[in-house]
Design a protein around this ligand. Structure first.
Ligand code: FAD
Length: 290
């Protein structure tokens, strides 16, 4: 199974793929102490209609006068009026965007990269494993599954973060669990407040899930250590490597395979990824320094 399933939409850019297109910040929602979801809308109506993305893809987000960062699209890919970027504030670009009030203009280039294998997942059990902000690129795939629920069998989301207050999309996690369309299990490293749920690393939650190895597809996104451990654990349960997908991160510059910043062994994360079939990258994953 390849990570790219449907034809990838052409990136919407200016005169060339380096040119960001203006988008207005419509709303800002605080997810936790350092993470916010920005709802953006292209200022140009024609671009708004043309722009499409596949769950798992990302944009290069430009803050005028500061620079660009790769940010996954975290909204419903079937909603064309606006799109969400969920951003953890870590450095110059993310700090700058966090200071912008609604109605400010940022630039977007994209969408870039590969997508989650939604077509190949049809008729299968799906296990989604996310850590921290890693749930952002997975959220569009969850919307897709919910919008086309009959195409998929059992769907389980395993989510882990440091404390209950660190949860991203906390309301939705609770709502998805209540609705019962997908099973949601959340764990935290440290229980604070009135948390009575599981405590421990997210991979511990795997023990609570019955995995039918031959008909399960696994999607993973989180810190490097989670990606490795989760992928290996599913292989140990005899899920074939080409049914395990991970989304990887690396510093990026161009977003479309020209500059080499995000090279990982023979792969470019921006164009061969960020979503990889584990079978494609197992060799790279075994090398500590990569
Ligand atoms: C394909 C892809 C998708 C991504 N999607 C998202 C997303 O949806 N939301 C999001 O918030 N980020 C996402 N990122 C990560 C984001 O691009 C980086 O965090 C980026 O460096 C932020 O730019 P900056 O200028 O704010 O920080 P920089 O100035 O580049 O970094 C400042 C400091 O923060 C450290 N740093 C950078 N990234 C991280 C990190 N992830 N965790 C901890 N420390 C870090 C750096 O080592 C550096 O010391 C994605 C990255 C890739 C490659």
């Amino acid at each position: 199974m390849k990570a790219t399933t449907a034809a990838r939409p052409e990136p919407i850019c200016g005169m060339n793929t380096w040119m960001p297109v203006p988008a207005r910040i419509l709303r800002v929602r605080e997810e936790n102490f350092n993470t916010r979801t920005f709802t953006l809308q292209f200022t140009d109506e024609a671009i708004r209609q043309m722009y499409g993305f596949l769950p798992g893809q990302f944009n290069m987000l430009y803050v005028p006068g500061v620079g660009e960062a790769a940010i996954s699209i975290s909204s419903d890919s079937e909603q064309h009026e606006h799109l969400d970027h969920t951003i953890r504030i870590v450095g110059s670009v993310t700090r700058a965007v966090a200071k912008l009030p609604p109605d400010s203009i940022v630039g977007l280039r994209g969408p870039f990269g590969t997508a989650w294998p939604l077509k190949e997942m049809e008729g299968k059990d799906i296990v989604i494993v996310a850590g921290g902000i890693g749930i952002a690129p997975l959220r569009p795939s969850i919307y897709w599954i919910l919008n086309h629920r009959s195409l998929y069998k059992r769907v389980v989301l395993l989510y882990g973060c440091r404390t209950p207050e660190d949860r991203v999309f906390a309301d939705e996690l609770e709502q998805w669990d209540r609705d019962g369309s997908i099973q949601v299990l959340v764990t935290v490293d440290n229980a604070t407040g009135d948390w009575s749920g599981p405590v421990g690393v997210v991979t511990n939650l795997m023990r609570r899930v019955k995995v039918n190895a031959d008909r399960t597809v696994v999607l993973v996104c989180g810190p490097k250590i989670l990606n490795r451990v989760a992928a290996w654990n599913f292989l140990q349960l005899h899920v074939p490597a080409d049914h395990v997908y991970v989304s990887l991160e690396r510093n990026m510059n161009c977003g479309f395979g020209r500059c080499g910043h995000c090279q990982l062994g023979p792969k470019f994360i921006c164009k061969d990824g960020p979503v990889f079939n584990f079978a494609e990258i197992a060799d790279i994953f075994t090398k500590e320094e990569m």
